[in-house]
Design a protein around this ligand. Structure first.
Ligand code: 5AD
Ligand code: SF4
Length: 452
């Protein structure tokens, strides 16, 4: 392998879930600490980190097409970029990537990316390296402090999953459930707020399984963590994702009625409305227990917006079973949702099940499901018209004087007027589309500087 000049610029490209976005930000911080600058928009970077997702086949295949594209564009420009593959594909297929893609010099798993700087030093000297160790939590201690934050920040509080849904690779790629310690999370949240965060979304593959000891040594769960984080001055909003129905306890439900900073939004994947399919998926809930759980959240917080994940075409799913999913969607009235065609993942139990569903049937079911979900999303947005709510301004809009932010219910809201990124403004929601709402600025309320 050839030697390379030390990279001057980097680009981190994250695919998949928000946890990857978080990991991508942390890798960018590591590279910035080595004096490498983010590559300007539209320019090739000397070092590219592909932070990959393995959850569905398409997501994994993207890695190889991206590597091909990078090599080609490097050849045209007369220089070879250093390429690192990170994330869950790296974890699951590290050796295969090394064998199949000679242009890749670093493969680093989600629990090992704190070692990226050392690997980079080696790569510059022509040494290819793979690190897919899974030391629990070590990475967080090795990462630099947060210095810059967007108004809406992510904070990984928990990683891994012990649920072993039969279709899912996460328990294999991200490992066993592990919670970051309470004091580390409070410290990181505080620093994020000092660095500009007004909203923090607590992340975990199975975030509702977070557990720890608070500052006084008491055992607490996610609700206790949220309660303590809500004490941070300057932090205005808290969200969490993704939860599993089996871990939603009374304290978390109560938190939605008691903690003002906890936003009225719940992403709670159900996957299917058929009890037979749910059992085959090794989900521990039924359609009915899921609906009853949502009802308790609604009692605690009547305006709560609901979101979910769905898989269509799980092995053996009949038309009647799929219709049970449609019926559940009708019963819930989701504000938003994610829906996917079942994708067999190597090594998972479902991949070896009988009754794999033909692609055409899956396509057709997905279309019908998405049409229903879109109708509900539009209806939810339309029902918001006339409300005045707080909007956290996250970025500028396309036109001058236009801003884009999020409502408490995670809707995108456009408005015009006097505002700045990071402001919390009051806006009246005046017009609804399927994916966003138009707002009218009622009052611009800038927060006091967080902590001086
Ligand atoms: N095929 C399709 N969708 C999947 N998901 C997870 N594994 C698969 C798979 N093998 C979906 C689930 C999960 C979301 C993150 O991705 O709906 O909640
Ligand atoms: Fe995958 Fe199920 Fe764990 Fe979610 S709960 S990460 S779908 S195994």
């Amino acid at each position: 392998m050839r030697q390379s000049a030390p990279p001057k610029t980097y680009r981190v490209k994250s695919f998949g879930c928000q946890m990857n976005v978080y990991d991508g930000e942390r890798m960018a911080e590591l590279l910035a600490d080595k004096g490498i600058a983010p590559a300007p928009e539209g320019e090739d970077a000397d070092l590219v980190v592909l932070n990959t997702c393995h959850i569905r086949e398409k997501a994994a295949e993207k890695v190889y097409s991206d590597i091909g594209r990078l090599v080609k564009s490097g050849e045209q420009a007369g220089k070879k970029p250093l390429i690192a593959v990170a994330g869950c594909v790296a974890q699951a297929e590290g050796e295969e990537i090394m064998a199949r893609a000679p242009a890749v010099s670093m493969v680093v798993g989600p629990q090992a990316y704190h070692r990226l700087p050392e690997m980079l030093d080696k790569a510059v000297h022509g040494e290819r390296a793979t690190d897919t160790d899974m030391p629990p939590i070590a990475k967080f201690d090795a990462l630099p402090q947060r210095r810059k934050s967007p108004p809406a920040a992510f904070l990984t509080v928990q990683e891994g999953c012990d649920k072993f849904c039969t279709y899912c690779v996460v328990p294999y790629t991200r490992g066993a459930e592990i919670s970051r310690p309470f004091s580390d999370l409070v410290a990181e949240a505080q620093r994020l707020v000092e660095a500009g965060a007004r909203e923090i979304t607590l992340l975990g593959q199975n975030v509702s399984a977070w557990s720890g000891e608070d500052g006084r040594g008491r055992a607490i769960g996610l609700a206790g963590l949220i309660r303590d984080l809500a004490e941070i001055d300057g932090l205005a909003r808290i969200r969490y994702t993704t939860s599993h129905p089996a871990d939603m306890d009374d304290a978390l439900i109560a938190a939605h009625s008691e903690i003002d900073k906890l936003m009225p939004f719940l992403h709670l994947p159900v996957q299917s409305g058929s009890d037979r399919v749910l059992k085959a998926m090794n989900r521990s809930h039924t359609a009915d227990s899921y609906l009853r759980l949502l009802e308790r959240f609604r009692q605690a917080r009547p305006d709560i917006a609901l979101s979910g994940d769905f898989i269509v075409g799980f092995p053996g799913e009949t038309e009647a079973e799929f219709e049970e999913t449609l019926a559940l969607v009708g019963a819930v009235g989701y504000a938003q949702a994610f829906s996917f065609k079942y994708s067999p993942r190597p090594g998972t139990p479902a991949a070896a099940m009988d009754g794999q569903i033909p692609r055409e049937a899956m396509d057709e079911r997905l279309q019908r499901l998405q049409a229903a979900l879109n109708r509900h999303q539009l209806a939810f947005n339309q029902a918001s018209v006339g409300k005045t709510c707080e909007v956290l301004v996250e970025r500028k809009g396309k036109h001058s004087g236009q801003w884009l932010g999020k409502s408490p219910w995670l809707q995108s809201v456009w408005f015009e007027g006097d505002a700045a990124i990071g402001d919390l403004v009051q806006a009246e929601l005046v017009e609804a589309g399927p994916n966003s709402l138009a707002g009218r600025l009622v009052q611009s309320v800038s927060l006091e500087p967080a902590i001086s």
